[in-house]
Design a protein around this ligand. Structure first.
Ligand code: BDR
Ligand code: CA
Length: 315
């Protein structure tokens, strides 16, 4: 059983990732911290509480509201035509009786890392602001967690917010640079692989047909929320009745890294030159004593196996 903490900007694909994690028997969600991005951090936390209720996961999951702006105080949220006014495709899920934990998100991450004594896996599906703030408070954090798995970045494919940058990395590039260079055992799941992985109407039809009674509401929610996301993919990519699989892929890889192939690279993020903001810079020169600085960049994925597994938890 992997013990994970999810840090999310709970949009449509984040929400599918979160439902997957809550449903998977191989994962235990120790908590969710939220960040601005697809919507505000408080809205994201409210979405998380509703998703936890919808999942019927059978255990309590603390939710903590995190950063509402970048490390440098900028607030930029995604336009509503991507994830809807509320981040989850304008779907109104039943309210939760629970409230977010009144605690600083960085402190929550540090507390969980201590508590789990090296076992915690942190999966980020939004900006890296909360994790960077945790690092500022405790630079020894990388030695206290098992791994960080991050959805973000693009290496050999174009970005989705600029020719060189992906949204989560661009959205707080200085935070991303701090996290990349902090010495975490880190896996980066970027556009190179998430744009090779698709959810189509077929997966949704099959999910509806084969889901358990207990998962029927969750599958209905996914279908409804994806309407807007499919439309966004049609307008921006010319894709018909399908979407990329960004955030769920990070969760799937956190659970089973054998879904991907990796290249070890020393990497940082440009955050000063405006035209290159969010671009990942790599250094492939061999320097044995710096091996611990390398991160594992996912360069290939078994997309069919990943998508099959994604929907299998609803059966
Ligand atoms: C990332 O940006 C967000 O809109 C998605 O939720 C995903 O985390 C993809 O670039
Ligand atoms: Ca996200």
């Amino acid at each position: 059983m992997r013990r994970i903490l999810i840090d999310a900007d709970t949009g449509i694909d984040d929400s599918i990732a979160i439902l997957y994690a809550l449903k998977s028997r191989n994962l235990h969600v120790e908590g969710i911290t939220t960040c601005f991005g697809n919507s505000g951090a408080a809205q994201s936390a409210d979405n998380c509480l509703r998703l936890i209720r919808l999942s019927r996961c059978g255990y309590e999951v603390p939710v903590v509201v995190g950063a509402e702006c970048t490390l440098d105080g900028q607030v930029e949220t995604a336009p509503a035509h991507i994830h809807g006014e509320n981040g989850i495709g304008n779907v109104i899920l039943p309210e939760s009786a629970r409230k977010p934990l009144e605690m600083d998100a960085a402190d929550f991450i540090l507390r969980k890392a201590e508590e789990l004594d090296g076992e915690l896996v942190i999966v980020t599906t939004g900006r890296l602001t909360n994790l960077a703030r945790a690092l500022e408070k405790d630079p020894r954090l990388p030695g206290k967690v098992k791994r960080v798995v991050t959805m973000g970045g693009c290496m050999d494919v174009p970005g989705n917010v600029s020719p060189v940058a992906e949204a989560n990395i661009y959205g707080d590039a200085r935070a991303a640079d701090m996290v990349f260079r902090a010495g975490f055992h880190m896996i980066l799941v970027g556009l190179d692989v998430t744009t090779k992985t698709f959810i189509t109407e077929k997966e949704l039809d099959d999910a509806e047909r084969y889901c358990s009674e207990e998962s029927r509401d969750a599958v209905a929610y996914i279908r409804e929320a994806l309407k807007l996301y499919f439309e966004y993919h049609r307008l921006s990519e010319g894709m018909v009745h399908r979407s990329f699989v960004h955030d769920p892929l990070a969760l799937l890889i956190a659970e089973d890294a054998s879904l991907g192939e990796y290249k070890m690279l020393r990497a940082g993020v440009e955050y000063q030159a405006p035209a290159f903001r969010g671009m990942i810079l790599t250094d492939g020169r061999f320097r044995g004593e710096m091996d611990h600085d390398e991160i594992a960049v996912c360069v290939r994925v078994d997309a069919d196996r990943a998508v099959r597994r994604l929907f299998s938890v609803f059966h």
